[in-house]
Design a protein. Structure first.
Length: 188
């Protein structure tokens, strides 16, 4: 176990804006350039996807989710994710790099990733949550993809866009499940 005091240690998810692309690029490239993976026994991203989609599929019956997300939409995303995981580049992944798992460690240190689910798979997978968090349009998604891919060597725009499409329904389900019920919803 590795313990470290990260100051100020605020979750990036609690900040009003997503971190700038330059900070995210540094977070994505830093470990990949300094950590050597010896080919040991880490799960594949494909294995993690099966668990993730199964777990999220169980939320489809939630009354906050079921009226808004058809099971077929999640199934289509799962199929696309399997396809993406079966081909393309591979590398060491954090595997759970959503904004609540990124802490701000001050100007000298930058962003720090916590609570990994290490695996081996497509490096674009770790960029999904930053790309989609708090976006207002598809144009904004494409803009983020373009800016990030210019800064992260080997990050392919088409693959990141594919991962965003594949996981969009799963991420929407997680957000819907957490939203507060309105008076109209609770009286149904």
């Amino acid at each position: 176990m590795l313990l470290e005091n990260v100051e100020p240690g605020t979750k990036v998810s609690d900040e009003p804006q997503v971190p700038p692309v330059s900070e995210v690029a540094e977070l994505l490239t830093g470990p990949r350039e300094t950590v050597r993976y010896d080919g040991g026994q880490l799960p594949t991203m494909a294995q993690g996807l099966e668990s993730m989609f199964s777990r999220i599929g169980g939320l489809l019956s939630n009354p906050q989710v079921s009226p808004l997300v058809a099971p077929q939409v999640l199934d289509d995303g799962h199929r696309k994710a399997r396809e993406l995981a079966s081909n393309g580049p591979t590398g060491l992944l954090h595997g759970d790099l959503h904004l609540a798992n990124i802490l701000r460690a001050g100007p000298a240190r930058g962003l720090v990733a916590i609570d990994p689910r290490p695996s081996v798979g497509d490096p674009a997978f770790d960029a999904i949550d930053w790309t989609l968090d708090r976006v207002a349009s598809i144009d904004e998604v494409h803009d983020r993809i373009g800016r990030l891919c210019k800064l992260v060597r080997g990050l392919e725009p088409d693959r990141l866009w594919g991962w965003c499409q594949a996981t969009a329904a799963a991420l929407a389900i997680l957000l819907l499940r957490r939203r507060p019920q309105t008076a109209q919803q609770s009286s149904c």
